[in-house]
Design a binder for this molecule. Structure first.
Ligand code: SAM
Length: 192
């Protein structure tokens, strides 16, 4: 049963990458969630955004770019998703604004980014968060989507306590995602 939701999400996203109808349905699901994240992270057009875990249809990255005009880099540690996501972004005409790279969130060099976003399906979520908090610049805003506690066993969330030290959060009603939490890099917290 573990990882059931990441697997299901992957299947739905593969369909969305191929069908505009499914994509539009997915947009309805993600739109308000991403809008709330843009507000929480105060993302604007001059920010460089890194999305960790884009999948075959990196819808959050697309909406973040559409809402703000920011340049977005999306990484995924699955080769097939990277190739499908590149085709999908190109089909929308966003290939110069949204870059898709193969990389793992535990190894990425995050210093170039003003905002870093972690999808709930990223695995292991707490290790990736620890890595980006340790290696990003002190003014970077780190956004982490957290699933509802009762659904955690369907994701790869290790110790929930690793996510308690956030600075602010936005709650998402009725979805499998409980909230998006805003973290600052480890070290001196300068305020957001
Ligand atoms: C299905 S997507 C969900 C994101 C969704 N498309 C969105 O736009 O919000 C989750 C992706 O995260 C990727 N992933 C999981 N762990 C990762 C890691 N440690 N580093 C990079 N990508 C990861 C998976 O390969 C999967 O494609």
């Amino acid at each position: 049963m573990s990882r059931a939701i990441p697997r299901l999400t992957g299947i739905v996203e593969q369909m969305a990458a191929k069908s505009r109808l499914v994509y539009r349905g997915l947009v309805l699901y993600y739109k308000e969630l991403v809008r709330a994240e843009v507000e929480l992270g105060r993302i604007n057009s001059s920010d460089r955004v890194l999305c960790i875990g884009g999948g075959p249809c990196p819808i959050s990255a697309v909406l973040m770019h559409e809402f703000t005009g920011a340049l977005v880099c999306v990484i995924d540690n699955d080769n097939q998703s990277v190739m499908q996501a590149r085709e999908f972004v190109q089909s929308l005409g966003y290939e110069h604004s949204i870059h898709i790279e193969y990389s793992d969130g535990r190894e990425i060099a995050p210093q170039d980014y003003d905002v870093i976003h972690l999808a709930a399906q990223v695995s292991p979520l707490e290790q990736v968060l620890q890595h980006v908090r340790e290696h990003s610049r002190e003014e970077t805003r780190i956004l982490v989507r957290l699933p509802r506690e009762r659904l955690e066993h369907l994701y790869e969330i290790g110790d929930r306590a690793a996510f308690n030290q956030y600075h602010a959060k936005t709650d998402h009603r009725w979805r499998n995602v409980d909230c998006t939490a805003l973290f600052a890099p480890l070290g001196e917290y300068r305020g957001l």
